[in-house]
Design a protein around this ligand. Structure first.
Ligand code: PEP
Ligand code: MN
Length: 264
């Protein structure tokens, strides 16, 4: 019985992973059980989301802001998946986080931009993934260095992970610019060119850092033939515990996806 359930869960993740364009959405951070369940239920209702994202452990640039609900939030994601059938994705940065996420049947893991910069951390995550069959998405490092990005892909691949995808979330720069993280599109294009067979998902939320240019960034990514989008959504974006300025409601997400001119 259990084997059948596991197989069908894997099949659902597989189908989602192979869908183009792949649409991932969910809150920057899991905050409360109600927020997770309501966000995911409303996302499922749109019928436009393939995988749910939710940060459980949040790497904040400076201390003092919300650093994630931690392992306590993982059963909320399990529950949300049970209610909607949608696969769940979380960010992992340590071996313990990988272990906890897998213990709670998280379907997809991602390595964040502040982890991709650090080969020791990437290696620790990769080692924890040895012998595990789980898809892994790897965000670009915060600095514009595609060698580091490539190195992270190689470390995860060498650990035996077969399903690897890339997320382009833009690059840090000093001072205020139009974007929270400069897209430097040419780097995403070059990385896609040198990584045949790996999908490239665009993250308009972390590139924009604000709602009003999300659609333009998403459209540009699709025009450049990117394979999908990861966009943060929240039931009450203005009161989100992290990244409040860039999140949108599930219903607004659906409208936005409808207004994109898709290539295929
Ligand atoms: C996130 O996805 O919420 C996040 C922390 O992103 P990044 O690693 O791109 O900064
Ligand atoms: Mn975020």
């Amino acid at each position: 019985m259990e084997a059948t359930e596991t197989k069908s869960a894997k099949e659902i993740v597989q189908a989602a992973w192979n869908k183009r364009p792949l649409i991932i959405s969910g809150p920057c951070s899991a905050e409360t059980e109600t927020q997770v369940i309501e966000t995911v239920t409303r996302l499922a209702k749109t019928g436009k989301v393939d995988i749910v994202r939710a940060g459980i452990w949040k790497p904040r640039t400076r201390p003092g802001s919300f650093e994630g609900i931690g392992t306590k939030g993982l059963p909320w994601l399990q529950q949300a998946r049970k209610l909607t059938g949608l696969p769940m994705a979380v960010e992992v940065a340590t071996a313990k986080q990988v272990e906890d996420a897998l213990h709670f049947d998280i379907d997809v893991l991602w390595i964040g931009a502040r982890t991709t910069v650090n080969p020791f951390s990437v290696q620790e995550v990769a080692d924890a993934l040895r012998g595990v069959d789980v898809p892994v998405l790897i965000k670009n490092p915060i600095n514009p260095d595609i060698e580091l990005w490539t190195g992270a892909v190689e470390r995860v691949a060498k650990a035996g992970i077969k399903q690897i995808g890339l997320i382009h979330r833009g690059f840090s720069s000093y001072g205020n610019t139009e974007y929270r993280n400069a897209p430097m599109w040419h780097l995403a294009i070059e990385m896609k060119r040198r990584s045949p067979g790996l999908m490239m998902i665009n993250d308009p939320s972390h590139i924009s850092g604000r709602r009003d240019i999300l659609l333009d960034v998403a459209q540009k990514a699709i025009d450049l033939d990117m394979d999908g989008l990861i966009i943060e959504s929240h039931i009450d974006p203005d009161h989100a515990w992290s990244d409040a300025k860039q999140q949108i409601t599930p219903e607004r997400l659906a409208e936005m996806l409808d207004s994109i001119k898709w290539r295929h």
